[in-house]
Design a protein around this ligand. Sequence first.
Ligand code: GLV
Ligand code: GLV
Length: 353
Amino acid sequence: TKPMPGTRWIGLLTAAGCRVELFPVQVCTENKTILSVEDIRSLIGTQCDGVIGQLTEDWGEELFAALRKAGGHAFSNMAVGYNNVDVDAATRNGISVGNTPGVLTETTAELAAALTLAAARRVVEADDFMRAGKYEGWIPTLFVGNLLKGQTVGVVGAGRIGAAYARMMIEGFKMNLIYYDLYQSTRLENYVTAYGEFLKSRREVPVTWKRATTVEEVLGEADVVSLHPVLDKTTYHLINKERLALMKKEAILVNASRGPVIDEAALVEHLKENPMFRVGLDVFEDEPHMKPGLEKLPNAVVVPHIASASKWTREGMATLAALNVAAKIKGYPVWHDSNNVEPFLDENSTPPL
Ligand code: GLV
Ligand code: GLV
């Protein structure tokens, strides 16, 4: 059949370079950035085999039931995180759930590294200062920040993204590692050991690693803490008032995972009380909003959930999400099924690495 307006064909490029067209897809052309449950219900309509959803959408019983009634049996989030998806509700309705791990690992870790550097070296504050015409000449006390080299980087959640971030900070800035995860990441540990040996062979100070037994241990020891857990009930408000109080007064906290991992109101208070404490945030508790006060704090660097926003990665996420749905519709196993990527802070799940 001929594609209708708003309809594209989804296809595969085979190794031989042939394009195999699988089926037409309806591309949402609603002039809205975020779709409501109602919008999606009407888009699903009465006939729909599968849907690619966004992390801003609430995929629960209502939508999965609507999809089942429309004859659908495949769903993929175009995101690695799927805290917006009620997988049990999907299962009850006979719908497979896919996500998009892998293609965004390095891109997301790089943004976490960028936030770390921006916070450590006060890049955004200094940029504002410059643009405001306030620079009147070099003085030794202007925007003094933190040197990362030789300091300790703390990683909470050492899955794919956390481990990639750790490697960047270790290799790039010769930081020591302390990490917390329910799973031991022997791959990451071996990597740090080998890199430490390499530095020693060059008569440089070696880097070290330590696996913490509690999150508190990471918070107390690290100069930089980056959060990379999944969001679930075990990680909701993982960073709260009490735990912030355990951190060093001049520490840096980075979050490119999910906003609710931090109690944002408590963070605002902590930033007010500790002007040398700095934070880099990609995600917020109640997106697109941020907690009142955060916008005024010079010790916070804030960006709008862009950690996976590189061209290569966004194309990869879209492709993977499409393949998840296409594979299911064509009767193949879903390539990236949520059943295979359970939250790694949950004791019953499979190790991430
Ligand atoms: C983005 O936040 C993602 O989970 O992919
Ligand atoms: C600073 O610009 C220096 O030269 O030390």
